[in-house]
Ligand binder design. Structure first.
Ligand SMILES: [Fe+2]
Ligand SMILES: [Fe+2]
Length: 308
């Protein structure tokens, strides 16, 4: 079956599921009750608090290393602002891919279908998210970091060619990773107000996106065979590795006056950060396993990225 036929048949099968329809109606209600306008929630013109971190220090890639101990407080603050800026820019990169993938998956959908309507709500949410991340980076005065050129091009191919379960698998992985970090950032007393608020908005609105991605994965997995399931599991794990590797651009170290080679070495050996990542991905791994998307090659890739 060609990818095009698969999309058509998937859309058809999906529409017949009454339970799914009810779930989507609930997601639409949640969006009507709980949606934020970042421009109302954040004062973009207020001065930045010099004493606050960009993210909880415990989430810094260098926290707990000898380099962190050597840094003065102002350098630690600067590093966490560049790190959170890089993560937000990676978020924008992924949200642009996500919007493209969702539109592709819904191209043949019934325009009166609740799944179709919810997908449009999700795209509207992601537009607001990318805008608020972009404005927060500008306000913090950090660069709008980009992923490595090779990853950027891989992303272009993936968003254009991925099957529906690959798309929603990758979407779920990206959303889950960000969700756990942002739950800490939104509660951090020593974190910039702008980051706390954008994190709160993102966590609350992404809860419905993750539900949507899980529903889509469960539905789409019903109609695929073992060979395709294995390919999709591996591809999703490759995308997850690329996302994790891209979160903190290595230029952040140079930009706060650290030696890049020494910093990257310290980051790669930072067991504290690796433990945090593993703990954050427990529920995600459980779900992927239940969905049949955790085969041997995928597990090796997740282990190498410290997600398992
Ligand atoms: Fe988002
Ligand atoms: Fe999302």
């Amino acid at each position: 079956m060609s990818v095009l036929q698969q999309y058509r048949s998937d859309a058809g099968q999906f529409r017949t599921s009454v339970d799914s329809d009810r779930e989507f109606a609930r997601l639409i209600e949640s969006a009507e009750e709980l949606s934020y306008d970042p421009d109302q929630e954040i004062d973009w013109d207020a001065p930045l608090d010099d004493t606050k971190y960009g993210l909880n220090p415990q989430w810094s890639t260098l926290y707990g290393t000898h380099l962190w101990d050597r840094m003065v407080e102002s350098q630690r603050i600067a590093l966490t602002r560049h790190e959170v800026g890089s993560i937000m820019s990676t978020g924008i990169w992924f949200e642009t891919m996500l919007q493209h993938m969702i539109l592709r998956a819904q191209y043949s959908a019934d325009y009166g279908d609740s799944a179709f309507r919810f997908s449009l709500i999700e795209i509207a949410d992601e537009c607001r998210h990318s805008l608020m991340f972009s404005k927060t980076c500008s306000k913090m005065g950090v660069p709008h970091y980009r992923p490595l050129r090779a990853f950027h091009e891989l992303g272009r191919a993936f968003k254009t060619l991925s099957s529906p379960e690959m798309s929603f698998g990758a979407i779920l992985v990206a959303e889950e990773i960000l969700d756990i970090m942002q739950r800490d950032w939104m509660r951090g007393d020593d974190v910039l107000e702008e980051v706390r608020t954008t994190s709160k908005i993102h966590v609350l609105e992404e809860a419905r996106h993750m539900k949507y991605a899980r529903l889509e994965i469960i539905e789409r997995m019903k109609s695929i065979g073992a060979a395709r399931r294995n390919t999709s599991a591996t591809v999703i794990a490759v995308v997850a590795s690329v996302i994790v590797e891209s979160l903190v651009n290595h230029e952040v170290y140079t930009n706060v006056g650290l030696d890049k080679t020494e910093s990257v070495k310290a980051k790669r050996a930072n067991t504290h950060h690796q433990d945090l990542m593993r703990m954050s991905c427990v529920h995600l791994m459980d779900f992927l396993s239940e969905a049949g998307l955790l085969n041997r090659p995928a597990m090796s890739l997740y282990r190498a990225s410290h997600m398992l």
